[in-house]
Structures are given as C-alpha cells and as structure tokens.
Ligand binder design. Structure first.
Ligand code: THU
Length: 159
C-alpha cells in the first residue's frame, strides 16, 4: 500500500490587488450576472473568458423549467467562446455569482461538469487556463484546471 497526496495551489487576492486586465475581466463576469436567466434558483452566475488575442466573451447560467436542460455560466461561456473563436485559446476565465442578497462572500466552486469542460478547453488549445473565482472576501486564482480537477479523465486516459 502506498499513499498518494495531491496538492493544489491557489492564490487569494483582494480585488484591489488584481492587475488592470484581471479587474476588467472580473468586472465583466460580475456585470454578466445581470443577464443570467435564473427564475428557478434565483442564483445568478456570470463568467467572462479572456482569449489569447485579448477578446473578452461573457456568458451566464440559463435555466429551464425542465431543470436538467439548463446550463451553467461557465459552459455557456466556454461553448460560446469556442464556437465563435475556435482558434483562440482561453487564457483566463473569471466567474462570479450572486444570490438574492448579493455577491457571495466566498467564491463558488464550479460544478464537476463545468470543470470537465474547462479541462477539454485547456487540452484542446494546449494552453493552461487560469481561473479566477470571485468572492467579496477574496478572489481565488488557480493557474490551470488541474488544480480544480485532480485525477481527471481526458482523451489520454483512453489510450
Ligand atoms: N451554476 C452555474 O452557473 N455555475 C456553477 O458553477 C454552479 C451552478 C448555476 C446552475 C443553476 O442555474 C444555478 O447556478 C443553481 O445551481
């Protein structure tokens, strides 16, 4: 028997400590929450992706009366980015969420399905994707999807 310990690294920033480019991206994610369609959960999530050429695209969660038919903000954003700009790596993805009381104190961790799609995007472009998770009390930064999805399944797992 052997032990295997996996370590993840993340940094926690105050909003004022972000670079201008990251602040702009985070503002876009926060602002996108206003365009969320969340009549069932009343939980509005916004995401903003900065692509390799500097383009910023945003997306929001889109709910449906048939609940599983809805989609999270992260996947809406990545699928849109990859549909419109199939040759541009996603360099950074910023995510923000608020409920009826406002933005959350602590960042929301993206759901498992979104992490899997983030991984595919990273692999597809062979480019690490930074992820910024907004919380009123601090912004988490991870330098790649590996930190959110250790022991992940990808195309190499089938070889
Ligand atoms: N949601 C997201 O958009 N992203 C996440 O990372 C977690 C959850 C959405 C899905 C649904 O519309 C609402 O939040 C409640 O789960």
């Amino acid at each position: 028997m052997k032990d295997l310990t996996l370590r993840i690294d993340l940094k926690i920033y105050e909003y004022s400590e972000l670079s201008d480019a990251d602040r702009k991206l985070m503002d876009a994610a926060r602002e996108a929450t206003n365009r969320s369609y969340a009549p069932y959960s009343h939980f509005s999530v916004g995401a903003a992706a900065r692509l390799a050429d500097g383009t910023i695209v945003t997306g929001t969660n889109q709910e449906n009366a048939a609940y599983p038919s809805g989609l999270c903000a992260e996947r809406t954003t990545l699928f849109y980015a990859n549909s419109q700009y199939p040759n541009q790596a996603v360099e950074t993805l910023a995510i923000a969420a608020r409920n009826e009381r406002g933005f959350l104190d602590d960042p929301i961790p993206p759901c498992g399905a979104c992490r899997q799609v983030m991984l595919e995007t990273e692999k597809r472009f062979k480019h690490p994707m930074r992820i910024l998770l907004y919380g009123e009390k601090g912004i988490y930064e991870v330098k790649g999807v590996g930190a959110l999805l250790p022991l992940s399944f990808d195309a190499d797992s089938m070889k």
